[in-house]
Design a protein around this ligand. Structure first.
Ligand code: GLA
Length: 377
């Protein structure tokens, strides 16, 4: 990173920061309903080498995007001006300034191992790495959750994606060997020990290579549907509905909103169930919860796709403990929890099934709960 930075900007960086991508174990499309989620950070991460600038400008370079340095003047830091990948780091600087923090400019060089469009939160990793870098460079007393909220603000207000806060919280706050139990309404999180390898298990990520894009309107429509349902029920958010109240609530709603509510309410309950099993030292018990979560996303929320369903069905047919699509949906990645001894055959079966179906070969890799955003040099 130092050499690349020097080559691009002709100087040494002041430091290097890292922020990971994530997979969510359970609790999908619950964050913007004020609910619960249980993500882990993955080893794939985004690095940012950064140096302060006195003139307020933001210069950006990415090893993956290549191309010339993007040079943004303070007047460019308004929503809508930058529409490329640069909107994410630019949005972070905008969000910090908008929140009243005194932040000058910076030169940034970015390099990442988080695949883009794979539902692994590459954008949150980028935002969080930049947020941590700028906060350190300018001596801001902001903790990890505060930086996560600013990163989300960047994505909502600058990049124009109406996401919840799960991805940014995961990237900012996760720790090695634990899942992050998020309570979005309360604004609190706790680390719940999760070490699949210690129990002889593997958590496998299968990137279906079906590119998902949160900005394409489908995500916003789902969010709007959930918010409409809560409003019709006279609730602040779907978080306020319990499973016992579901039958009465669904009778009061238009048919198109019922499956959305059904998913969110049962999904919040699945998070609680999963956390209880982890706390009891029984990570294998997550398996059926993951699979039930997938069925709910496929049948009620309707955001799975043929490729993700094929991964889940094939993995379960070859002995997986559980499997589900993870993230926003419409493609992206699936997580599979399996006994370590079953992982190889199961992975081969998934790849073979993709070949037989004429799909592009999936990308499979094991993950373990990894570190959240931090300065590394
Ligand atoms: C995306 C969003 C998150 C969350 C998930 C679905 O990853 O960025 O805020 O809503 O989808 O759980």
């Amino acid at each position: 990173m130092n050499e690349a930075f020097h080559r691009i900007y002709g100087a040494r960086p002041d430091g290097i920061w890292a922020a990971p991508g994530r997979v969510n174990l359970i609790g999908e499309h619950t964050d913007y309903n004020d609910g619960f989620a249980l993500p882990i950070a993955i080893p794939q991460r985004t690095l940012v080498a950064a140096r302060r600038r006195r003139d307020g400008r933001l210069r950006l370079h990415s090893a993956q995007a290549g191309g010339p340095v993007i040079d943004l003047r303070p007047a460019d830091l308004v929503p809508g001006v930058t529409t490329t990948w640069g909107a994410y780091p630019a949005g972070v600087l905008w969000a910090l300034r908008e929140a009243g923090h005194r932040v000058g400019g910076a030169d940034l060089h970015i390099d990442s191992t988080v695949p883009t469009g794979a539902g692994l939160s590459s954008s949150a990793a980028l935002e969080c790495a930049v947020a941590f870098a700028l906060a350190d460079l300018y001596g801001l007393a902001l903790d990890a959750p505060a930086l996560a909220l600013l990163a989300q603000r960047a994505e909502n207000g600058f990049a124009g994606v109406p996401c919840g806060v799960m991805d940014q919280m995961a990237s900012a706050c996760c720790t090695v060997g634990a899942a992050l139990h998020l309570d979005v309404r309360a604004g609190v999180h706790e680390q719940v020990p999760f070490a699949p390898e210690a129990g002889g298990m593997t958590l496998l990520v299968v990137d279906t290579r079906v590119k998902h894009d949160l900005g394409d309107g489908a995500y916003a429509a789902l969010r709007a549907g959930c918010e409409r349902a809560a409003a019709l029920l006279g609730l602040a958010a779907l978080r306020d509905l319990t499973p016992a109240e579901l039958p009465r609530a669904t009778r009061a709603l238009p048919a198109r909103l019922v499956p959305l509510v059904q998913h969110v309410v049962t999904e919040n309950a699945r998070v609680a169930e999963a956390v209880a099993h982890l706390r009891a030292g029984d990570p294998a018990a997550l398996g059926p919860i993951l699979s039930r979560g997938h069925a709910s996303l496929r049948d009620d929320f309707r955001i799975s796709c043929a490729e993700s369903d094929l991964v889940v069905d094939t993995a379960l047919a070859h002995g997986a403990l559980g499997a589900r699509m993870t993230g926003g949906g419409f493609g992206g990645s699936v997580i599979v929890l399996a006994e370590e001894s079953a992982t190889r055959t199961l992975g081969a079966a998934v790849t073979a099934a993709f070949g037989a179906a004429g799909y592009q070969a999936p990308h499979l890799f094991p993950v373990s709960p990894s570190a959240g955003a931090r300065r590394i040099a």
